[in-house]
Structures are given as C-alpha cells and as structure tokens.
Design a protein around this ligand. Structure first.
Ligand code: C2E
Ligand code: MG
Ligand code: MG
Length: 601
C-alpha cells in the first residue's frame, strides 16, 4: 500500500479511474487484490499515515471529503488536513497513537472545505497491524450536527415568542456568572430585569389564548428591539428570554452598574407603553420589573433569581407598572419575617393593630356608599406596617383567625357607631377582607352572626371581600359558609378580580354579588390622561367594558380599585362601573376622618 504515492498519474485523473487503475497495476506479491480495491472504493473516508504523520495513502472518499484528489493528499501532514494540532489534548493523543503508545484517538473537527463551506467530521485514528502506520477514518457528521443544532434550538426556544426559553436563559446565566467570576477582563458584574405583565391573565381569559399568545409575541418583539437598542455600541445586547407565562427576563452580562439596568428597565417599560394592535384589537398592557445588579463573584443563579423574584414582588406591591431595584435593606426587612411571625399572636392581645378605612364611592354622583376596613400593625420596633407585610405570615401561622375576628368585630362596631352618629344620612356599609384560611379554619358563619348580634349592625351593612382563589373550587364547607352568609343578608365581594382565575361564569354560580376589579385594569387608563385629550387608548377599556357588561348581566355590581385620576373616574363611569375606590377620593384614613366626611356630605 505504501506504493500508492509512487508513479501516480497526474492530478487530473478522475475518481473512477483511480478506483480501478491501482488495483491491477500496483498489487504487491501476496496481497489479495480485493483489499486494495475495497480501500479505494470504500464509502468511508480512509487514509494511511506513517510514523511521521504524513499521509501515505488516501482513498477517494477522503479526497472528496477534503476537496482534493488522493494524490494531492499523499505526502501531506494528516494533522494539518484534519486540524489535529489545534488543541493540545488531541495533538498529544494523536502523537501517542502515531508512536504506538495509545490504542485509539477519536475526535470531532470543524473543517473548511476548499469550496468554502464548512463541515463537521468525526476522525478516528488507530494503529495498523505491523505498527508502522496508522489508519485514519473520517466521517462527515455535518448533517447530524445540524439536526442536533436544530433540535437544540427547538429545545431552547419558546415557540410562541421565538425567544430563548427558560432552559437557555439559565444556561446563559450560569455561564455568565462563571465567566464573570473567573475572568478578570470584564466588569465582573451581572444585571437582570425580571419582567411580568400586569393583568395578562385577564387578556387571556376575556379575549382567548390566541389573542394572549399574539400579545406575548408582540411584547417579545418590542423587548427584543429595546434590548438591541440598549446593546448598540456595546459588546453584546442583553439576552431577552421568556421564562414562562407572562414572565420575561433581560440579562445583561458584563453590566456596568445599576444605572445601566435602570435605563434598560425604563426603556422596557416605555417600549410596552403604546397599545398593541393585534388584528383589529387594540390592547394596552403594563409590566412590573424587578431589577437586580451585582458582582458575579459570590452569586449563584438561585440567589440571583430569588433576589429578582423578591424585587418583582416589590414592584407589584408598590403598585405595578413600574420597575423596582433590589434593595438589600428591604430584603433584610424581609428577613424579619421570623421576628414578625413570632410576635404576631401576642400582638392581637396587646392591641397593636388598628383599622384605617377607605371610602367606596358611587361613581354616578361621588357619594360615599361604604368603606373598606384595612388593617395596620403598629409594631413597637418596626413602626406602622401595611398588611402586605404581615397578612401572609398571619395566614401561614394561623393567627389570621384571631386577627380576622378582631378586624370583623372592630369594623362592625365602627360601622354601627357611624350609623348612630349620622342618623340624618343613609348608613354606610363596611367591607371587611377575609383570608382563605378564615373560611376554612374557623366558623366564619358563627363569628359573623355573633359579631352582628353583638354590635347591632344590620347584615346588609356588612360586605366580606374574598379573593378569587379563596372561592374558586368552593365545594362542601366553604361553599356552605358562603351560602349561609349570603342567606343571612351579608354581601360577598370578590377582591382583586382579574389577578386570578377570572372565571366570571363560575363566580356567578356562587353566592357572590360584587366584583372588585383589580387596580391593574384601571391603571391602563392613565396613559391617555398623560398624552392629553383626544388621545384614546381603548385597550383596557375594551376589557373593562366587556367585564362590566358581563358582570351586570350576571347580576353582579362592579367596584373599581385604585382610581387615582378624574379621567379614570370619568371613563369608569362611562363604561358603567358602579363604585370606585382610590386615592382620587381618599387614601385609607383613621375612623375620625371618615366621621368628618360623613358629617360633611
Ligand atoms: P385590597 O383589599 O385590594 O385593598 C386595597 C389596597 O389598595 C389597600 O392597600 C389600599 O391602600 C390600596 N389602594 C387604595 N386606593 C389606591 C389607589 O388609588 N392607588 C394605589 N396604588 N393603591 C390604592 P393596603 O391597605 O396596603 O392593603 C393591602 C391588602 O391587604 C388589601 O388589598 C387586602 O388584600 C389585605 N388586607 C388589608 N386588610 C386586611 C384584613 O383585615 N384582613 C385580611 N385578610 N386582609 C387584609
Ligand atoms: Mg380588599
Ligand atoms: Mg383589592
């Protein structure tokens, strides 16, 4: 076989000639002809390499793979042709095989074909009998690689928005944290905007999943554009990924500081500000963003995502449609959960809670119809705490039952007092928030009956606010409780409607009579107020109007939360909403301020 390089015909010889000619002309004594022919004609690309690493023989398939003729290959360094020297490990292993010190080498290489295209080959090098030469086999695995790449792309991207999905995001995040921590050529910092659409669920539920999906795709497009613009003039644009549902992430590798992230979050919110045109439907959405920016060293993906999650939660509870920056101090406050939790129970006995009241106003004429009781904790160390800080804890440890009884009794007593103090005007009702656990773990019906009897408040002047999640799927005991309360004459309201299941048809079958629309609906109204008259943003109006109409048809009245501007109030009135609650009318205030209000009107 070594003879192939001698006396070869010039390079112009065509492949079939080569396949045939040597078999007859260059057979060595004792060699069986079929082996030689098999080597030449084998569909697998084969070559024989001597101890110096020079190709001494190559078959047609190898020549074709490398865009050469077999002649053109002989005498050349196999390592050059197949790129075996570019990484130290392969190079070492290859030489070990050439020296007969290692049995086999297998590696994958990306090669450039002379015609310009690149290909992936799998190369195997193994000793030939006799030990002086090695056999080199190469397989073109480009198609397989491409298929793998395509599969990987599918696995790593979200079909709805075509954005990188959760898996790819976490892969990139982990890689970025690692290189940020160990590679000191960059800033060593990392930033993340964790974005969640406000009120997306309602879009899905009122307009259908197709519209919801289209909205997500349109949001993705705007975020991508925003990231591209942010990446302009920098090494790389932020990675935009869909983490699931209506959650998106913008990952900034090598971030330069919180300013950069704040700018990005700002522009993301701006990018979503204009209503979306989805085949005839104009829709507005807002988003809340949690922003985290920190050194990569010492951070893990879990740690970063937890911080982002907490911060997003802050953005939501600060009123949505905004970004919030991670604040270690605020987080430390969260650490006081333990402290808060342990002092909750005794706090009820010690009388550390107070109730503020917020008017519920008839939209038609601005008259006060009722008030919502909102609990606050005057904590001896932490000062005045809002319910978002402790209601969850109280639910977790069960102290909500005791606290809830106190709220109910105090609110009913107060409402009765107002009624007695202002006999000249129609009495105002009081609306009391009830946690899920109160329905499950206590005899709510007995508590309510007892409190009403004790305070002398008429059941019609009491409204109980439950969240959708508390009443959804109600069967058995909770449903009986709701029914008994309703039979008693107490009104049941669904709080924060639109943030949960938003299943109106289902709700109408329960003894529910009031719907409190979540503030995120009303917030969508604010932009046109900023843009000035004549600038209509009918997006949320479409949803809210549809909701109000449907609710009315199902016999429910509708209260809008978070009414902050006169234009929001005007539009809610026009849409047919019954009652409004919000800063436009009054913040939650102490009971004597309500007394003054009642005396005035
Ligand atoms: P909620 O029942 O939806 O109460 C309305 C919340 O929106 C109140 O927050 C109120 O201060 C706020 N708000 C009112 N008007 C506006 C406005 O125009 N703009 C904005 N941005 N916000 C407005 P607060 O008092 O912090 O209460 C938070 C939540 O805590 C309540 O939400 C309710 O779910 C819960 N909560 C309050 N008191 C009680 C209680 O006694 N028992 C139970 N179980 N939960 C309670
Ligand atoms: Mg409420
Ligand atoms: Mg609410």
């Amino acid at each position: 076989m070594n003879g192939t390089s001698e006396g070869q015909a010039p390079t112009a010889v065509t492949a079939p000639d080569l396949a045939r000619a040597p078999t007859t002309e260059r057979r060595r004594p004792g060699q069986r002809p079929d082996h030689r022919a098999a080597f030449a004609a084998a569909p697998l690309a084969l070559g024989v390499v001597d101890g110096e690493g020079l190709l001494v023989d190559a078959n047609d398939a190898l020549a074709e793979l490398l865009g050469e003729t077999p002649d053109g290959l002989t005498g050349r360094l196999a390592a050059d042709l197949l790129d075996l020297a570019s990484d130290a490990r392969t190079w070492h292993a290859y030489r070990e095989v050439l020296r007969g010190r290692q049995a086999k080498l297998r590696c994958t290489r990306r090669l450039k074909h002379p015609d310009g295209h690149s290909l992936w080959v799998q190369v195997t090098v193994s000793p030939m009998p006799g030990g002086r030469t090695v056999l080199l086999a190469a397989t073109d695995i480009s198609a397989r690689r491409e298929l793998q790449a395509r599969l990987r792309h599918l696995q790593m991207h979200d079909p709805v928005t075509r954005l990188p999905n959760r898996s790819l995001f976490f892969e990139r995040l982990a890689a970025a944290l690692e290189s940020g921590a160990y590679d000191d050529t960059g800033t060593g910092r990392i930033g993340l905007c964790y974005l969640d659409l406000d009120g997306f669920k309602a879009v899905n539920d009122t307009l259908g999943h197709r519209v919801g999906d289209r909205l997500l795709a349109a949001v993705a497009e705007r975020l991508t554009r925003c990231a591209d613009e942010a990446g302009h003039g920098r090494a790389a644009a932020p990675l935009v990924a869909r983490l699931g549902g209506d959650e998106f992430a913008l990952l900034v590798e090598e971030s330069t500081g919180t300013d950069q992230l704040a700018d990005l979050a700002d522009s993301a919110l701006k990018a979503l500000q204009d209503p979306f045109d989805l085949s005839g439907q104009r829709l507005a959405v807002s988003a809340s963003i949690g922003v985290v920016e920190r050194r990569a060293a010492g951070t893990t993906t879990t740690c970063l995502m937890q911080a982002a999650d907490t911060t997003l939660y802050w953005a939501k509870s600060d009123g949505k449609a905004r970004w919030t920056l991670f604040d270690p101090e605020r987080n430390a406050h969260r650490m006081t959960r333990q402290t808060l939790s342990s002092s909750l129970r005794p706090a009820v006995d010690r009388g550390e809670f107070v109730l503020d009241y917020q008017p519920l106003v008839r939209l038609e004429d601005g008259g006060v119809r009722g008030v919502e009781a909102l609990v606050r904790w005057q904590h001896p160390h932490f000062g005045l705490l809002t319910p978002n800080r402790f209601i969850g804890l109280a639910e977790e440890d069960g102290s909500i039952v005791q606290l809830g009884r106190w709220v109910l009794r105090t609110a009913c007593r107060q409402a009765r007092q107002w009624q007695l103090d202002h006999p000249e005007r129609p009495p105002v009702f009081v609306s009391v928030n009830v946690a899920v656990r109160q329905v499950w773990d206590s005899d709510l019906v007995a508590d309510v009956a007892e409190v009403l009897a004790e305070t002398g408040l008429a059941p019609e002047l009491l409204q109980l606010e439950l969240t959708e999640s508390a009443v959804m799927g109600s069967t058995g005991r909770p449903l009986q409780a709701l029914q008994a309360l309703s039979d008693m004459g107490v009104r049941i309201a669904i709080d924060d409607f639109g943030t949960g299941y938003s299943n109106l048809a289902y709700l109408s079958r329960l003894p529910v009579s009031v719907l409190k629309l979540d503030g995120s609906f009303v917030r969508g109204f604010q932009y046109d107020a900023e843009a000035g008259e004549g600038h209509i943003n009918p997006a949320d109006e479409v949803i809210v109007e549809a909701l109000v109409q449907l609710a009315h048809r199902l016999g429910l009245t509708v209260t809008a939360e978070c009414v902050e501007t006169t234009s929001q109030a005007a539009r809610l009135r026009r849409i047919g909403c019954d009652t409004g609650q919000g800063w436009l009318y009054s913040r939650p205030v102490a009971p004597d301020r309500i007394s003054a209000l009642l005396a005035a009107g």
